[in-house]
Design a protein around this ligand. Structure first.
Ligand SMILES: *Cc1c(COP(=O)(O)O)cnc(C)c1O
Length: 217
């Protein structure tokens, strides 16, 4: 495992799917990882990272960004509306646009500031009650509403249910993206990024396979 190994596996999976490996972006999910591990990956030249909490990103990334030019950080975890302003400062993309209220808040802030991170609409493909995301049947209307608000929606994101075949969810997400003319597909994690690439992932979110297991204390 490690960065080089994952990059190799991404390249192989892309080629096997007849795709250009350069079209698959590796987001190194650095949540909970100690700074030394994160910095080691920065020193290897990697520049695209993901976090799932605003507060954690706030304490970690401004410093790294200063020292490592070109660093980009994406938010892949839930975003509360009252942290939206902070998130717009901290992140280059938000993968968790999952409800109308957040869309409205982001649109207002985008008007006010003149900028907005790239956005991915999170779809709850497994229709799991405890999981965030727009239901598949509501996705087309929600995407249209976001476009009406002039939000820069670049693609869709999903987190498949743990106990189901991820490919079915990746295929569903790809279908919703295609019929809405969206190019971005944020799908695939450490255990299943190769399947996601076979089904069109443009952004894979890989944490533990790069950094090692997360140690929660
Ligand atoms: C933690 C996390 C990941 C990475 O998970 P791994 O299994 O460590 O690769 C990907 N996406 C989201 C939304 C996450 O919260």
């Amino acid at each position: 495992m490690g960065l080089t190994d994952i990059r190799d596996r991404i390249d192989t999976a892309a080629r096997e799917a007849g795709r250009d490996p350069a079209d698959v972006h590796l987001i190194a999910i650095s949540k909970v990882q100690p700074n030394e591990r994160v910095e080691a990956v920065l020193k290897e030249g990697h520049r695209l990272f993901g976090e799932n909490k605003v507060q954690e990103a706030e304490s970690k990334w401004p410093g790294f960004r200063e020292r490592y030019a070109g660093t980009q950080v994406h938010l892949v975890g839930p975003l509360q509306s009252n942290k939206a302003r902070k998130a717009m400062d901290l992140f280059d993309a938000v993968h968790s646009l999952d409800r109308p209220k957040l869309a409205n808040t982001l649109a207002r802030l985008a008007q006010e500031t003149g900028t907005c991170p790239d956005l991915f609409v999170q779809v709850n493909t497994g229709e799991e009650e405890q999981k965030a995301g727009i239901l598949p049947r509501d996705a087309d209307a929600f995407i249209a509403d976001c476009r009406d608000l002039d939000l820069p929606v670049r693609g869709l994101m999903c987190i498949p249910p743990v106990d189901e075949t991820p490919s079915l969810h990746f295929a569903l997400l790809a279908k919703i993206a295609e019929r809405n003319g969206l190019e971005g597909l944020s799908m695939g994690m450490s255990a299943d990024f190769e399947e996601a690439i076979a089904l069109g992932a443009t952004h894979v979110r890989v944490g533990s396979a790069i950094f090692g297991a997360r140690v929660y204390d």
